[in-house]
Design a protein around this ligand. Structure first.
Ligand SMILES: [Mg+2]
Length: 386
């Protein structure tokens, strides 16, 4: 039986939240670092897509008014048609369809069919996902401020929480010797079995810096080296050149938007792992397309950042290795707005089971209960499109 439903209303609920002891890094102002006494605004929003039939879908994020106008009156189950329309409407290099809209539509379908998204995607072969502890950036304020501090934290993530993998976001402003030292100190602290990754997040100023740290990753047998170039992480030539000179696999593509551009990145030899993010790469529909692309090339797809959509996707994909749990810090245990009733969905340091894995929900749609008491108590605005 086919369903003919119509979208009648979209609601974006915005809420405030503050993270204590965190602040924007002083010199540049766009990376969050540990700062005692700091108060970092970190609110968010939830998008709810409603139908006259009473079925609704919800996802973290929002919607712009043009997209909302396009969606009103459409069948919310036409996810692929909607995806293609919204992709065409944004024909530019960063023009992926809005992730929150697609995820909310998947949630709506799950509510209608009373099935979790992983079931709609083809079935979960696992619901226990190996996670990597993904750290905040290095700081100068007594948190992750030395190679030893990173090494101690990696050791704690392994011994106390059972994480099978650890990823460092290093220092934004050098010196490069400290970064090299951290790469080696972490491996020395955790032994040979923990998977280690390094993500400078575009911090290194010269090719020589990128190369020196890459050679340290080789020596310490890192699982991947992610977006080291100051240029922004999308030069195919630079990454292909780097891959000729180091042995550590590259993970590049977090800043490459669009299915076609991801394909060009692979064929240019710029990356070993393929990056995908439901928020920026067109939702669950977009990520599944990228996953199929990677599969065709014999490559693995690694999901950027956490979130429930990624848990459902990763449960279904054969060729995805680790769930990114972050960002986390040894001295600040709570950094996410507590929008879910259960803490294990929040991606905090202790949101893992005894083996350092996260779970995939089994409820309908995204499958998790929101804490509307918290959200309403901290609500700052509500946008309604009808
Ligand atoms: Mg990254």
């Amino acid at each position: 039986m086919s369903h003919t439903m119509r979208i009648t209303r979209l609601v974006v609920t915005q809420f405030a939240h503050v993270v204590e002891d965190m602040a924007m890094e002083e010199t540049l102002g766009f990376d969050t670092v540990y700062t005692p006494g700091g108060r970092l605004p970190s609110g968010g929003s939830l998008l709810r897509i409603e139908t006259a039939a009473g079925v609704a879908g919800t996802a973290p994020g929002g919607v712009d008014s043009g997209t909302a106008r396009y969606l009103l009156g459409r069948n919310p189950l036409d996810r692929e048609i909607i995806w293609r329309d919204l992709k065409r409407s944004r024909r530019s290099p960063d023009g992926s369809p809005p992730g929150a809209v697609d995820i909310a539509l998947w949630d709506l379908a799950g509510q209608l069919y009373q099935a979790p998204i992983h079931e709609l995607l083809g079935g979960a072969w696992r619901k226990k996902l190996p996670a990597y502890a993904s750290t905040y950036h290095g700081d100068e304020n007594g948190g992750l401020h030395t190679p030893q501090a990173f090494a101690d934290f990696a050791r704690r993530c392994k011994d106390e929480y059972g994480y099978p993998a650890f990823k460092i976001h290093g220092w934004i402003n050098g010196p490069i010797e400290r970064e090299v030292e951290a790469v080696l100190a972490i491996r020395a602290a955790v032994g040979p079995d923990m998977a280690l990754m390094l993500d400078p997040a575009g911090a290194f100023g010269t090719f020589d810096d990128v190369l020196r740290v890459g050679r340290a990753c080789d020596e310490a047998r890192y699982t991947w080296y992610e977006d080291p170039f100051r240029g922004g992480g999308f030069s195919r030539f630079a990454h292909a050149k780097l891959r000729e000179l180091i042995a550590t696999p590259m993970l590049m593509g977090e800043h490459v938007r669009g299915l076609e551009a991801k394909a060009d990145t692979i064929t240019a030899g710029a990356t070993d792992f393929v990056r995908a993010n439901a928020g920026c790469d067109g939702g669950i529909t977009g990520v599944m397309k990228i996953a199929a692309l990677a599969e065709a090339f014999g490559l693995d797809v690694e999901l950027h950042g956490g979130g429930l959509a990624h848990r459902h996707i990763m449960s279904v994909l054969r060729h995805a290795n680790y769930y990114e749990l972050g960002l986390i810090h040894p001295l600040v245990p709570n950094t996410k707005p507590p929008i879910y009733v259960e803490r294990r969905w929040l991606d905090e340091l202790d949101s893992v089971d005894a083996d350092g894995c996260v779970q995939t929900p089994d409820g309908p749609g995204l499958g998790v209960e929101y804490d509307w008491e918290f959200i309403r108590a901290n609500q700052t605005n509500e946008l309604v499109f009808d």
